[in-house]
Design a protein around this ligand. Structure first.
Ligand SMILES: [Zn+2]
Length: 221
């Protein structure tokens, strides 16, 4: 499935370098199988005041993202003035995360490992990653002996209430670099697009390790 958008509009687009960088990063994440179907949402921050993000449009296959498949959104995840088309329902979460953290990029992926773990540990409110060398790929983690807690929020289609939950999480965990939505996926971010992408790769590597050693309960509906 493609967006139906063609590159003949590309010459008119603003922020072309940022669009191209985000498309390249998302294509690499998609190649790992982390945005199957039209799963995932991705953004880069253009300005903090007023808050403007370049964010993936709704319903686009992220593995074949083109510059015209990104749109400008504002503080409530709404289409910025002059934009056409519909933002993703989850765009408001991107805006909230940027408001809270000052992130330069917010990346959201659906993987098999993050979906299984987020469902399995939701009652505990999260789980810890510890003892892995790869933890040092997360900003601020200096040693594999660190424990990094990954909070899990119940999944919801009510994005304003999820945004409030994210605000509470941020207040409770000042060193937070990501969280999971149960049965849904990972949100992570960084102080640059490169750092945010590295955080996806590190989290997903560690989720894969954790999932392979977790005795999952049979699904009983
Ligand atoms: Zn999602």
């Amino acid at each position: 499935m493609t967006s139906g958008m063609t590159d003949d509009r590309t010459d008119d687009l603003t922020h072309q370098p940022q669009r191209e960088s985000l498309c390249r990063a998302v294509a690499e994440l998609g190649a790992q199988g982390w945005c199957q179907g039209t799963g995932g949402n991705f953004s880069v921050t253009l300005s903090q005041d007023p808050l403007r993000l370049l964010c993936t449009r709704s319903g686009v296959d992220k593995r074949r993202l083109g510059p015209a498949d990104l749109m400008l959104i504002g503080p409530a995840g709404e289409a910025a003035p002059g934009e056409t088309g519909k933002p993703s329902a989850e765009a408001a979460l991107h805006s909230r995360i940027v408001e809270l953290t000052g992130a330069a990029s917010v990346l959201h992926v659906h993987s098999v490992a993050n979906t299984l773990l987020s469902e399995h540990f939701v009652r505990e409110g999260g789980f810890a990653l510890r003892g892995y060398e790869m933890l040092k790929g997360l900003r601020g983690v200096e040693t594999h002996e660190s424990a990094v807690f990954v909070p899990i929020l119940a999944n919801s289609q009510d994005i304003p209430s999820l945004s409030e939950e994210v605000t509470k999480l941020h207040a409770a965990h000042s060193d937070l670099w990501g969280f999971l939505l149960s049965g849904h996926g990972l949100y992570t971010w960084g102080s640059s697009l490169e750092e945010a992408k590295r955080h996806v790769e590190i989290f997903e590597f560690l989720f894969e390790c954790t999932a392979r050693r977790t005795p999952f309960r049979p699904f009983v509906g």
